[in-house]
Design a protein around this ligand. Sequence first.
Ligand SMILES: C=C(O[C@@H]1C=C(C(=O)O)C=C[C@H]1O)C(=O)O
Length: 338
Amino acid sequence: MATYPNGLRSRLVRPHEKPPSGRHLLGRVAFLDHHRAPAVRDGVADMGVHLARDESALVTEVWETDAPPTPGMYQDLAYAHDGEYLFCAGQIPEGGSYREPVREDYGAAFDLIGELGYPHVIRIWHFIDDINGANADGMEIYRDFCLGRAEAVDRRLGPSGDMPAATGIGSLGGGISWYLLASRSGRVRHLENPLQVPAPSYPHRYGPRPPKFARATSLSPPGLDGAGDIFVAGTASILGHETVHEGDVAKQCDVTLANMAKVLSRENLLAHGIDDGRTLKDLRYVKVYVRREEDLEAVRTACAEAFSDTAEIVYFTVDICRSDLLVEIEGIAPRPPA
Ligand SMILES: C=C(O[C@@H]1C=C(C(=O)O)C=C[C@H]1O)C(=O)O
């Protein structure tokens, strides 16, 4: 059996930096000024997402692992797997309605997960063009997306099926780009935030079907049952199920950071049966999404204060799933070194 001394690790690589070496590349997502279809490129499962307005936001996220991965295509999905971890990326072209294509893509991903044997989904990201715009039937595109996702999850996992930490955020073009990570035998636990209603229980006023995701997911690699890597979902200024501090980016930032701190807190981890506690200073690979360009500086200042000097932080100017949200943040709190 393969050993996983370092496990699954991500890195954010800037254009001028050398790509990492020494470990195996499971997957690569480039945040670009155009989109690039999922494909196996130079032996690596790869996708480009149109998220960068200018050079400063050009960054490539790479997922590294311990064992040599096998890449491939499954229908239009690019994937790679190494015996313990699976990376899979898909892109749904721009269209008048996303409900059905989302259901189909999710269905294909569930099939792939089943066929290859990686049943524990760890994390999913979705980048949705014109997320607050209307589809051909006048429904908000984010709600249209949520409908397709909920139907796919119902079909495969049943109505109470557990979904992992996710991000559902705007993009600058290219329909919907999405990617996921899954594990074969690691221990995956999904966490909620006592300050927020679980997203799958949001009331109907936010759309016909609620978003299906957890506030965070903890992954303990095989053989290490204790504290895992904690993947914090895209988090915003929502208390209960309501957006708070409409129009005030500084206050929205404070609530967002407080929500993230709460999810990671010892009290919350213990409530989920995990004997551990983390803080915002433990977060790495932080992605910050800011709706309005003019708010970037204020958000940067708040994040520089909240996060560690050694955290890698990238900023994108994109729309957010509710039109009254101005900022959203996600990150990963890796398990402490053994
Ligand atoms: C900000 C929120 O939701 C956003 C949408 C998500 C989705 O639909 O997958 C996941 C996390 C966030 O990116 C929220 O509801 O708190």
